[in-house]
Each structure stands twice: as C-alpha cells, then as structure tokens.
Write a protein that binds this ligand. Structure first.
Ligand SMILES: [Fe+2]
Length: 151
C-alpha cells in the first residue's frame, strides 16, 4: 500500500529522532574515547550500524519524501535539489567511512576524528533538511487540508 503524505512525514520525523539519538550516543562515545585514549575500536560497530540505518533512511527519503517535497509548492524542486546534493554527499561519506573502518589502514585516532566529523556533518545536514522541508510547506499543507475539512 502506498503511504499517505502524512505517513511519509511522520516516518521521516520518527527516523530523524532515532538517528539523532544514535548520533548523540556515538558523539558521547567519541568524547569518552578521546578523554581516555583507549578502546577506540568499540566505536566501529555502532558507527557501521548508524551507516546502515542512514542508508535505509536516505533510500526512503529519495523514493518517497523527495517526490512529495517536489510537488509541494513552486520552491519544491529547488529544495529537492539542495537535499539531493546533501544526500549524495552523505552517501559518499558513508562509503568512505565504511571503507576506512574495514581497511584498517588509518590509526585509531584518525578514525575517531573521521567519525566525529561525520557525526557533526550529519547533525548539520539533518538540521538543514528539517529547516528546508519539514518546517515548510509540506508540513503546512497537511495543516491546511485539516483546517479546510469542516468547510
Ligand atoms: Fe533525513
């Protein structure tokens, strides 16, 4: 069954919340590792899990959310282009990070720095995406349709 616009928006928001929780937890772990300069490899597994979650999230947004946003108003295609650029950059960052963790050629400290940088970039992109899309006309379209239902 095709999800409704409301279901798509709620799923995006729910996934952002879950991803933000993962990011915050991992950022705290990177701070702990930097403080103690020990046990950096414990970051690799949760980082790879976050990468998998993100890939699924990006797939869903590209397939369901961006087409909805494109049709939302006159600025939809412009916002879709901007978010699409961010998604391509995120996919490239994910691929590089997964490869660096698997290759084992970078030092633990370098990988921790790369993970911290990746998490900060993700936080920034998610904030941008919410500002461009979820706080905008797609969300208000839902409110307008609800408001108009009684006349
Ligand atoms: Fe997103």
């Amino acid at each position: 069954m095709t999800p409704t616009p409301d279901e798509i928006l709620h799923r995006v928001q729910d996934e952002h919340e879950a991803i933000r929780t993962q990011i915050e937890s991992l950022l705290e772990s990177t701070r702990e590792v930097r403080r103690s300069s020990a046990d950096a490899p414990r970051l690799w597994q949760p980082t790879l899990e976050l990468c998998r979650t993100l890939q699924r999230h990006l797939d869903f947004e590209d397939e369901a959310f961006l087409p909805l946003l494109a049709d939302s108003d006159a600025w939809g295609p412009v916002r879709v282009e901007s978010i699409g650029d961010d998604h391509r950059a995120e996919r490239a960052m994910i691929a590089a990070l997964v490869e660096d963790i698997a290759a084992g050629t970078r030092s633990d400290a370098e990988l921790v720095d790369e993970i911290a940088w990746f998490l900060k970039a993700l936080e920034h992109d998610m904030f941008d995406e919410e500002r461009l899309a979820l706080d905008g006309d797609v969300a208000s379209t839902e409110c307008v349709s609800i408001d108009q239902s009684d006349g």
